[in-house]
Design a protein around this ligand. Structure first.
Ligand code: ADP
Ligand code: MG
Length: 257
């Protein structure tokens, strides 16, 4: 200990080596305050440590927000809950807290015709969960199925599915656009089976379960997939008129009258 020479001029280098960028940026300002206000050394150190930790968390959330591939602007703030009376805002704000349902690997299924806000609502929940420290991935189901199919061809399906484990919530948007073809859709089934009771899925679909025979290769697999998805699921039917169409009609009305 005594053989260490203290050279404050080396502080920027030391803090950089230690990967403490916030210390590096803030220490001199706080040092001045500490000197003029006679802070105890512990307070000075704790203040910097708190700032470093807070910024580290912010940086992590920013990284996760980037990696989530959420569609821009589709947040709760821009979502009009009044347009979908069967969907409770309070319910969604509770779901945005994450914890219990994500820990239990429960699912959310959003059904409804095109344009009713399923993708928007799914993304809004995704943004809120990322803000609350969870990891989310938003994917068009057809894209993800293609990626998994490529992984299967490289004999790497298991590890590709395992890599998705890091996401507390995987949003599979537009599941019903997936078209059956044995190799394609059994990867979807394997994904669903792997996450069952472990990691949550949020699925949006235009078609109710009755039409899912066109997604999975055979009836038995359709039944098995639905069974796993609904076992611990919140299911919401958004049977309203298309928001897109409705706002288009309102626009015409206001421009013609
Ligand atoms: P879906 O996924 O059900 O086909 P989208 O979520 O893509 O529908 O919604 C279609 C468009 O209408 C998007 O631009 C979306 O932001 C908007 N939209 C839909 N529902 C609402 C709503 N309740 N409040 C605000 N915007 C909405
Ligand atoms: Mg959609």
């Amino acid at each position: 200990m005594s053989r260490i020479t203290v050279d404050t001029a080396r502080l920027p280098v030391l803090l950089n080596e230690l990967r403490l960028p916030t210390f590096g940026r803030l220490w001199s300002g706080f040092a001045e305050t500490a000197d003029t206000e006679s802070w105890p050394a512990a307070r000075f150190l704790a203040t910097l440590a708190e700032h470093e930790l807070a910024e580290r968390q912010q940086r992590r959330i920013a990284r996760h927000a980037q990696a989530a591939h959420l569609p821009p602007g589709k947040t709760f703030d821009s979502f009009d809950f009044a347009a979908v009376p069967m969907v409770s805002k309070a319910r969604f704000l509770a779901l945005a807290e994450g914890d219990s349902w994500l820990e239990a690997g429960r699912n959310i299924l959003l059904f409804g015709p095109p344009g009713t806000g399923k993708s928007h609502l799914a993304a809004a929940l995704g943004y809120a969960l990322v803000d609350n420290g969870f990891r989310v991935l938003f994917a068009r189901t057809t894209d993800l199925v293609q990626r998994l199919q490529a992984a299967r061809q490289d004999l790497a399906l298991a590890s590709a599915i395992e890599k998705l484990d890091k996401y507390h919530l995987l949003i599979l948007d537009d599941l019903s656009y997936v078209q059956k073809s044995q190799s394609e859709t059994s990867v979807l089934f394997e994904l669903i089976a792997a996450r069952y009771e472990q990691r949550s899925l949020l699925i949006t679909a235009n078609q109710p379960f009755g039409a899912w025979d066109s997604i999975f290769p055979d009836k038995a697999m359709t039944v098995a997939a639905i069974d796993r998805l609904v076992h611990h699921a919140v299911i919401m039917e958004m049977n309203v008129e298309s928001y897109r169409r409705r706002t288009a009609i309102e626009r015409t009305r206001t421009t013609t009258t």
